[in-house]
Design a protein around this ligand. Sequence first.
Ligand code: HMG
Length: 460
Amino acid sequence: MWPENVGICAIEVVFPSQYVDQTELEQFDGASAGKYTIGLGQSKMGFCSDREDVASLCLTVVSRLIERNQIRPQDIGRLEVGTETIIDKSKSVKSVLMKLFADSGNTDIEGIDTTNACYGGTAALFNSVNWIESSSWDGRYALAVCADIAVYAKGAARPTGGAGAIAMLVGPNASLIFERGLRATHMEHVYDFYKPDLSSEYPTVDGKLSIQCYLSALDTCYQLYRKKFEKKYPDAAQVGLDNLDALIFHTPFCKLVQKSMARVVFNDFLLCKSTKRALKYPGLERFNDATLANTYFDRDVEKAFMIQFNDTFERKTRKSLLLANQVGNMYTPSVYSGLVSLLISNTPEELLGKRIGVFSYGSGLAASMYSILVTKDKQVFQQFVSKLDYVLPMLNTRKKIAPEVFSELMEVREKNNHAASYTPSGSVSALFPGTYYLKHVDDKYRRTYERTSVITNGVH
Ligand code: HMG
């Protein structure tokens, strides 16, 4: 028999303790006032000094999840990492995480790393859910971990950086349940954003093409999700977006998500029977002959649907953008930071029994849309959400760093990327309590990590 209600039983997020203010960054970069804050919809951008790398972020997030939820290390049977921040072409980040299980003697943990841009976290999560629903399952939990350091070379893309990590405990009888049979995927070969220069942390990016790819993957996934939904629930009273109480998106920058919500409504509009259109979408008749392919950068369509359905965005999506707006693009954790934002910005009662749509996108490209059902068990859900009480205080104790200093720290990372032997110079005292950091890289490229002390002062 299948285990019931498989999904997310606990979730933990970490983000950098330092950020740069996007208004100050506009001035520093010589960009016009409002370009990053209004044009892209970003307020702050978290960043890591050379003291943190993808393995340290994962060590931090997994140890915190285990401690906060008092999970016995022996109870984990699978651990998957999704990341696009590559520090070794062979040794997985997952193998580094096995350090955290050494004392328990548990080495029987399946799973390794998965990579495709920002999609790796979703692949890790799907693999975890699939394992629990498969004949290989041995009754233990899975852990899906996603982490990245998103940095861009100086120029137009730099303000769309960020960093962070999310760990999700996956098991049966979950608070956030994966809805069976409702996954829609679109994958395609395209060079919109990729990292061919293995000596650099920076991607090669075609910004405009990446936006078009994101929106067209959204169109395809959404339409396929709708079809699968109609097949699963042939008697549903509503169609399309009306069936989703919330919709969260991979968020490279918040403005794109606002446009994406309008795009989803535009899809519903095109799929709506012509006899019903005028009633449901008054004043939009002029777009009756519009097509998806011709409207990726059509400002009329974009603006009309954004304005007319702004309340839909406010109700279903706005709250999920809290961390993306404050930290930036975390890459693989981005869409799951949307989930955390949604959870901490509503009361548990507001979310009980609701359906949350999830759109995950990774350049190159891989994308999926699926849905999560929030448990109807009030007590279980309240306890699940109460474990996120630390997020807002932690966000508010971050330190603002001047753009000049941020830029210098980026240069340090740039210069010493893959250096050996190397001792990082970034401040250890600037890190949050309980943060793993890179202590040293020896002349054989072996990395050692230490942890700042775990003080329970309200932010851990
Ligand atoms: P750009 O081309 O320099 O910016 O860089 P722009 O000129 O298009 O301006 C951006 C917006 O600001 C525009 O708004 C401007 O009008 C507005 P729009 O017209 O598009 O609505 N603007 C202003 N607004 C108010 N006041 C002002 C002002 N000036 C301009 N003064 C770009 C933008 C996103 C292309 C760049 O930052 C970039 O290349 N970023 C990285 C790529 C990216 O984030 N792509 C998103 C989709 S791909 C994806 O999500 C995958 C990814 O996460 C990677 C992965 O999968 O691993 C990136």
